[in-house]
Write a protein that binds this ligand. Structure first.
Ligand SMILES: *[C@@H]1O[C@H](CO)[C@@H](O)[C@H](O)[C@H]1NC(C)=O
Ligand SMILES: *[C@@H]1O[C@H](CO)[C@@H](O)[C@H](O)[C@H]1NC(C)=O
Ligand SMILES: *[C@@H]1O[C@H](CO)[C@@H](O)[C@H](O)[C@H]1NC(C)=O
Length: 344
C-alpha cells in the first residue's frame, strides 16, 4: 500500500498543473496483467469490469473491498458490457463472436452462449472496443490482424451495431476501418464520438438514439496530429464527462488527455506511469473517479522493468468533473443454452 501511495505522490508532482495538491491524484489499484482494456463501471454492484485481451481474461475490481477476481475464456476477449436485465450476465467479445457469460464476479464462470459471429470475410480479425447505448444496443467494432511484432493489417475491420433483432446479421455502420476503438455519446445523446486508432483523430457523428443511426458525414472533433511536442501516441479508448469534454487515452503516449470536442482544443494532459494507456471510464459511487487501463503487452523487457505498473489499472481522483451514467446491454434476458465453459 505504501508503494501505491508513494507512486501517487510522485506522479501527482509530475501532473501538468505542477506540484499542486489540489490537482489530480493517481493511484495504482490492481496488479498488472498483460493488456488491460475496456473498463466499464457497474453501479449496481460497485464493480469495475475490464478485460485482459490476449489472455482471455474478464476481470472484476470490487470497489468496496479492493478485491480483484477473474475468469478466463478460450480466445481473445474484448469488450465486456453488463446486461441490463440480469447483472450476473456479461456480454463479451470473444474472437469475432458476441458471447453472453454468466458470472457474478465472485463464483466460478457459469453458462456461456454465443449470440452472434461477425466479419466472416476477415477470419483473423477480432472484436475490440465497444459499448452499449442508452437503449441497450451494442456498438462494437473489430480490429484487423496484428502480427506478433504489432503490425496491423489495415482496412480489415468494421464498426457494428448489434441489437436483439439483428443477431443473425449485425449491421455494419462503418466500413472499412482498421482498429475500431474508443467511443462516447454526449450528454444530450445526439452525438457519437468515435476513434479509428491509426487515423489519430476523434470524429463526431450526429446520432439519432430513437433510430440508432449515425449521420453519413462526420467532423473532426480532435486531432492528435495538431499538438506535436505536447502529446504523442495513438488515441485508443475514451470516455466523456458531464461537461461534454472527452478523456482520451494515448497508446504509446503515456497519458490521458482532456479535450474539448467542439473547439478541438487540448485542455489537459494527465501523465500515466505506463507508455501504453488503453482506455478510461468514470466510476465510483459518485462517478468522479477516472479508472484508466494500461498495457505491458508491447514493452521490451527493459521497459517492463522501468514501468512496473504497466498493465495495471489506475484510479485518478480530483479531476474537477465526473462521468455520465453508464449504459448496460439489452440483448438477452437469460442464458438459454448452456455449454461447458472454456476453462477457468
Ligand atoms: C492549484 O490548482 C488549482 C486548480 O487548478 C488552482 O485554482 C490553484 O490556484 C492552484 N494552487 C497553487 C498553489 O498553484
Ligand atoms: C479464438 O481464437 C483462438 C485463436 O485462433 C482459438 O484458439 C480459439 O479456439 C478461439 N476461441 C473460440 C471460442 O472459438
Ligand atoms: C469521416 O469523413 C471523411 C471525409 O468524408 C472520411 O474520409 C472518413 O472515412 C470518415 N470517417 C469515418 C470514421 O466515417
Amino acid at each position: 500500500m505504501l508503494y501505491f501511495v508513494l507512486l501517487g505522490v510522485s506522479f501527482l508532482a509530475a501532473a501538468v498543473e505542477g506540484a499542486n495538491f489540489s490537482g489530480p491524484s493517481i493511484q495504482q489499484i490492481t496488479p498488472p496483467v498483460d493488456h488491460a482494456e475496456g473498463p466499464t463501471w457497474d453501479g449496481r454492484k460497485n464493480i469495475l469490469y475490464f478485460v485482459d485481451i490476449h489472455y482471455g481474461g474478464v476481470l472484476a475490481y470490487h470497489y468496496d473491498t479492493n478485491k480483484l477476481t477473474r475468469v478466463t475464456l478460450n480466445g481473445e476477449v474484448s469488450p465486456v458490457v453488463p446486461s441490463r436485465k440480469d447483472p450476473n450476465i456479461l456480454l463479451v467479445g470473444l474472437n469475432r463472436s458476441v458471447v453472453a457469460i454468466e458470472w457474478d464476479g465472485n463464483l466460478a464462470l457459469g453458462g456461456q452462449q454465443v449470440l452472434a459471429t461477425v466479419s466472416k470475410d476477415h477470419p483473423t480479425s477480432r472484436f475490440n472496443d465497444g459499448k452499449a447505448d442508452k437503449q441497450g444496443r451494442l456498438w462494437w467494432g473489430t480490429i484487423g490482424y496484428e502480427s506478433p511484432t504489432g503490425d496491423l493489417n489495415m482496412y480489415e475491420a468494421y464498426f457494428y451495431k448489434i441489437t436483439k433483432e439483428n443477431l443473425d446479421n449485425p449491421t455494419i455502420v462503418k466500413a472499412p476501418v482498421s482498429n475500431s476503438n474508443g467511443l462516447a455519446w454526449n450528454k444530450a445523446n445526439n452525438k457519437l464520438y468515435y476513434i479509428d486508432t491509426p487515423t489519430r483523430k476523434i470524429v463526431e457523428f450526429v446520432y439519432d438514439d430513437d433510430l440508432g443511426v449515425l449521420s453519413k458525414e462526420n467532423r473532426t472533433a480532435f486531432d492528435v496530429d495538431l499538438y506535436p511536442g505536447k502529446i504523442t501516441g495513438y488515441p485508443d479508448g475514451m470516455t466523456i464527462d458531464e461537461d461534454d469534454n472527452l478523456w482520451i487515452c494515448l497508446y504509446g503516449g503515456g497519458s490521458v488527455i482532456k479535450a474539448n470536442p467542439t473547439t478541438g482544443e487540448l485542455l489537459k494532459v494527465v501523465p500515466i506511469p505506463a507508455r501504453d494507456v488503453t482506455s478510461a471510464m468514470w466510476g465510483g459511487p459518485d462517478l468522479d473517479i477516472l479508472f484508466v487501463t494500461t498495457s505491458k503487452h508491447s514493452l521490451s523487457d527493459t521497459e517492463k522493468v522501468q514501468q512496473p505498473g504497466a498493465g495495471s489499472v489506475y484510479a485518478i481522483t480530483n479531476l474537477g468533473t465526473k462521468g455520465l451514467p453508464v449504459f448496460t446491454a439489452d440483448i438477452i434476458d437469460s442464458i438459454a443454452k448452456r455449454r461447458p465453459s472454456g476453462g477457468q
